[in-house]
Every structure is written in structure tokens, then in C-alpha cells.
Design a protein. Structure first.
Length: 143
């Protein structure tokens, strides 16, 4: 992992207000991969005490987009993604690990696994996702 790639990825991540709101951390990046973590706290749980599906969906979306964006070499957007919730997420931390499987000039098909981490550090697969990430065409913002 190069310093330039890491700095580039962290610059984008640090500019995301919603990621800051959730307390998310970009913990690892590669040329076609990303890892994002969220520490579980009471505000992120649903009525049964499990991590809310919206938090897991956020992790999938953002990790997929980072992996695809890095593989595409720059600014990227999610065109579509699907999440399969496999088990209830409980624990201290949830982690999304994504990687680009197939990359063309304009899009990357990416896969993500989401794990819940117990207090003892044991990781348990709780959701999987797949998505298509597309180049943003260099536009910083749309009205």
C-alpha cells in the first residue's frame, strides 16, 4: 500500500460528514480494496439489540465504493448494490471488507463481507454485499 493511495483515500473519507456522524474509520486500503469499521454503540442498535441494518448497509455501500473507486483510479459512485443479511450483528465493532472483482474503464463489480467482532476479538460473518461502482466523470458535486 502506497502512502499516496492511503492519503488519497483518507482525504475522501475525511470529507464524508455521514461517516463522521457514524464514527466510521477507514482502516485499510489497497489498489482495489478497502476496510471500514464502526464501533457499536447504543444509538446504532435496533429494538432487538442488534446493529441496525442501515448501519450494515452504509458499511457495504461505502466499502464497495471505496474498493471500486480505488480500482478505477479516482472519483466514483455507487450505481447499485445488494445486501444479504445473514445473521444478527452483535459485538463491539462491525467491519466491512470489500474488493473489486472485475474492473473495466468505467465500472467495477465489487464484493463485500461484513463481520461483527465479539469482545474477545472473534469475527463472525453477518452480511455480504455485491455492487457496481462507476466513474463519476470527475464532477465534484451535482446540483
Amino acid at each position: 500500500m502506497t502512502t499516496d493511495l492511503t492519503a488519497f483515500a483518507h482525504g475522501i473519507f475525511d470529507a464524508q460528514p455521514f461517516s463522521k456522524f457514524l464514527g466510521a474509520e477507514l482502516t485499510d486500503v489497497g489498489p482495489d480494496s478497502a476496510e471500514i469499521r464502526v464501533r457499536v454503540r447504543p444509538e446504532l442498535l435496533q429494538q432487538h439489540g442488534f446493529v441496525h441494518g442501515g448501519v450494515l448497509s452504509y458499511l457495504a455501500d461505502n466499502a464497495l465504493t471505496f474498493a471500486g473507486g480505488l480500482a478505477l483510479g479516482g472519483d466514483a459512485l455507487t450505481a447499485e448494490y445488494k445486501v444479504n443479511y445473514a445473521k444478527p450483528a452483535t459485538g463491539e465493532v462491525v467491519i466491512a471488507r470489500a474488493r473489486a472483482l472485475v474492473t473495466t474503464r468505467r465500472q467495477a463489480v465489487c464484493q463485500c463481507s461484513i463481520y461483527a467482532v465479539s469482545p474477545e476479538g472473534e469475527e463472525r460473518l453477518v452480511a455480504v454485499a455485491q455492487g457496481t461502482i462507476v466513474t463519476a466523470g470527475g464532477r465534484a458535486q451535482e446540483s
